[in-house]
Design a protein around this ligand. Sequence first.
Ligand code: PBG
Length: 326
Amino acid sequence: MINLSRRPRRNRKSAGIRDLVQETTLQVSDFIYPMFLQDGTNQKVEVKSMPGIYRFSLDNLLEELKEVTDLGIRAIDLFPNYPESRKDRFASESYNEDTFYLKAITAIKERFPELVIMTDVAMDPYSSDGHDGLVENGKILNDATLDILGKMSLAQARAGADILGPSDMMDGRVGYIRKHLDDNGFTDVSIMSYSAKYASAFYGPFRDALESAPKFGDKKTYQMSPANKREALLEAQLDFAEGADMLMVKPALSYLDIISLLDQNFDIPIAAYNVSGEYAMIKAASLNGWLDGERAMMEVLMSIRRAGAKCILTYFAKEAAVILNR
Ligand code: PBG
């Protein structure tokens, strides 16, 4: 008999004990479910690179939301798909009060008053250049973009959004948007800043969903280099100082260290975006029978929570909720 005073396996000997010592938990109320909206009626179009994820017209989206809310999901992040014909250099459609996206927010709020609605503040779905900022002579302008973001934010707040998600990594956007909202009486509207958003290959399927890929170049002059960590602290410090209510890291899986870093350094909630490519990888492998998709999904979501994210934006929200509700 070997004499061991420490036998860590004792704390794993039964399901009851394992549950007692479980350090991290995952709840349906941790999820924000990203959803895609398109114009028209009776539309439900599957996103090719995201099996199980659809673009809905408003009527079908409201139906879907009944199911989503019945599962206990309490927050969504709504993204619009605009046809090329509605896009221009200035993303003007983003603050046109009559546009289907803003009207949908109001309609959803009316039907589901308790549901938290988050919106995305960035030019790309509305921009004929497919970039997150105003393009001039091949350059992405920073300060001129802020003016457009201000108008977009105010329009989304007026439509009924609870949380705005500035996602373009322009300098000074959080402070600019906060002031613009406050000056117009929307002091209650929250900002979840995409603080550390990396120039990542994992956004590919999302750009398929929105048909919003950049028409030239890439996003490296505004999104961060995957090589950098200290810079994430600087971005988070600025967003914190400018009034962000929550800080987000995106993508999640290749950046668990960044989630942990922000969690250790800031006393406001940290969110993580489990992005489209991360969803697609697990779906593809599990549809091929190469791994157990359900287990991989739960492991990924738990790891994001363990790293320090309080809430998770994830396309798995519905599927994970079904399992958590069992
Ligand atoms: C728009 C935006 C993107 C995502 C969320 N908001 C794409 C991008 O920056 O190119 C990606 C989300 C995902 O991949 O799931 N600025």
